[in-house]
Design a protein around this ligand. Structure first.
Ligand code: ZN
Length: 273
């Protein structure tokens, strides 16, 4: 099994003592006295209350720019999440290869579900047909082989975890279906906007970093001390824009209070796997 690690049962039990959530129960195969733990099996995760958590997310891949974003995150040793689209994977020549690369990047890089069709960019029609829309996410989950039930809705910032749902009236019906199927939804707190015609970033890295600081300071985040940033892979195709992503990451890393994480560690999610 790719990326699998071997640990002794007693080592696992000792390591988990006192921790009650996120135990690596799924993906295990007992062989004699050893346990094979899948790369995606849950490990104990404890938040540091003195830190602020940032979840950098890239939407709509695989597209031109996805590999660049992945390489920058790897080179900067940060964690990030890629919400990918089934149809983009099917259409792009090397789409499946890129998705496989992102999937294999865990635990630094997380692959997540951004639907199969991206609503064909007809959001109102899509969300007015909630059963069909839910099916679209289920299809993407299987097709992309996404490890956890975490989605981002196309064109709409909705949040859904274990007990909390925050969604507009438009998307609430599909969110409820996804909820009963055990899914979580991650919206966003800060967006790195792009120019519609060129897909180039609007804010400078410095300006975006200021927005992050301000959102934390004013508690303008869905969950206090946790902030989700939305960006799109295609914004970073050009070398100068890729450099902007790199500098933004460097600005965040300079702040010792900030920790970059993948969205499977966002608080309040349903038990994963
Ligand atoms: Zn999108």
């Amino acid at each position: 099994m790719i990326g699998s690690v071997w640990i002794m049962i007693f080592a696992y039990l000792a390591g988990c003592s006192g921790v009650t959530d996120n135990k690596p129960v799924a993906g295990e195969q007992v062989t004699g006295k050893q346990v094979t733990v899948d790369t995606f099996a849950r490990k104990p995760f404890v938040y540091d209350s003195t830190k602020k958590y940032i979840y950098l997310t890239f939407d709509d891949g695989p597209q031109h720019g996805t590999t660049t974003c992945y390489e920058i995150c790897k080179a900067d040793s940060i964690k990030a999440t890629f919400f990918m689209v089934g149809l983009h994977t099917a259409k792009k020549t090397d789409g499946k290869k890129i998705v496989a690369m992102i999937r294999a990047g865990y635990p630094e890089i997380l692959l997540a579900n951004h639907s199969y069709t991206h609503a064909n960019d007809k959001y109102v029609f899509f969300y007015h047909h909630p059963e069909m829309a839910a099916q679209d996410f289920f299809e993407a989950q299987d097709f992309l082989h996404v490890p956890y039930k975490i989605v981002r809705l196309p064109g709409n910032s909705a949040w859904m975890g274990d007990t909390v749902i925050k969604a507009s009236n438009l998307v609430r019906p599909v969110v409820r279906i996804l909820d009963s199927a055990g899914y979580n939804a991650i919206g966003w707190d800060v967006e790195w906007h792009f120019q519609k015609k060129t897909a180039r970033p609007v804010q400078s890295p410095q300006k975006l970093a200021e927005q992050v600081d301000t959102s934390f300071a004013r508690n303008h985040t869905h969950t206090p001390n946790h902030l989700v940033i939305l960006t799109h892979d295609r914004m970073f195709q050009r070398p100068e824009d890729a450099a902007a992503l790199d500098s933004f990451i460097h600005i965040l890393k300079q702040n010792p209070d900030y920790i970059l994480e993948t969205v499977d560690h966002y608080p309040g999610l349903k038990k994963l796997k």
